[in-house]
Design a protein around this ligand. Structure first.
Ligand SMILES: Nc1nc2c(ncn2[C@@H]2O[C@H](COP(=O)(O)OP(=O)(O)OP(=O)(O)O)[C@@H](O)[C@H]2O)c(=O)[nH]1
Ligand SMILES: [Mg+2]
Length: 218
């Protein structure tokens, strides 16, 4: 799938080199867009959901970060998340134009367990789900996958977010550990890297199109 995006920071090119009117710089959807799709980005606490949406979004992403409190103590495992001081308490939102016809709206879920009952609402109308996984802390992702099965009917792909000390595991090993179907895509990514995150979304979009196409008898 080809994708063409524009950088909101630089805005549209100026013919005469004059600074652009700020309103002109708002990255509205191009007029050629005929299709938009909602994608849900889910995952355990601190796997990189907010980072991924922030790295790919062409509009200033909406995030709802608040300081981590003791409310999650004994429920959310913070092992390996030493530097983490904030967490998403409602949702993340971003947008990316994938090609001249298709734009994706990205909705990120909160990672703390006390907010997981919001997933079903956030998932409404989603055509696909990107499940971010931190393979250094795989146990939390079992519950995430159970939760998707219970609350989210859309097809999903698993993106393994690589942190500096992530050990690269063969995908078949991860597939077995997470009990994934043979058709479920597994992709390696770096949520802080735009191109890498877009590749994960393109893989998910391809899978979602195939699954929805089969359902519709195409
Ligand atoms: N090196 C590296 N750091 C990352 C990556 N993705 C996320 N981080 C860091 O991990 C921390 C948590 O990332 P977030 O994007 O807030 O994770 P989240 O899944 O949205 O967290 P919750 O909303 O609390 O569940 C941040 O400090 C990020 O900078 C990555 O791919 N590489
Ligand atoms: Mg977050």
């Amino acid at each position: 799938m080809a994708f063409a995006t524009f950088d909101p920071a630089s805005g549209p090119p100026s013919a005469d080199g004059e600074p652009e009117d700020p309103v002109e710089r708002i990255p509205y959807l191009p007029g050629s867009i005929t299709r938009t799709a909602k994608i849900l980005v889910v995952g355990d606490l601190g796997v990189g959901k907010t980072s991924l949406i922030g790295s790919v979004s062409e509009i200033a992403p909406l995030s709802t970060e608040e300081p981590l409190t003791q409310a999650g103590e004994g429920v959310d495992d913070l092992t390996g998340l030493d530097g983490k001081t904030t967490t998403t308490v409602a949702m993340d939102f971003g947008r990316i134009t994938m090609n001249e016809r298709l734009a994706l709206y990205l909705f990120g879920t909160p990672g703390q367990r006390r907010f997981w009952n919001m997933w079903a609402g956030l998932a409404e109308g989603a055509v696909g789900v990107l499940v971010l996984v931190d393979s250094r802390r795989l146990a939390g992702s079992f519950e995430v996958l159970d939760q998707i099965e219970a609350q989210v009917p859309a097809p999903f792909a698993v993106a393994v977010n690589h942190f500096p000390d992530t050990h690269p595991h063969p995908h078949e090993q991860l597939r077995q550990a997470l009990d994934l179907l043979p058709e479920t895509p597994i992709i390696d990514c770096n949520a802080l890297d735009r191109a890498s995150s877009i590749r994960a979304l393109v893989t998910l979009a391809g899978h979602a199109i195939a699954v929805h196409g089969r359902k519709d008898g195409r």
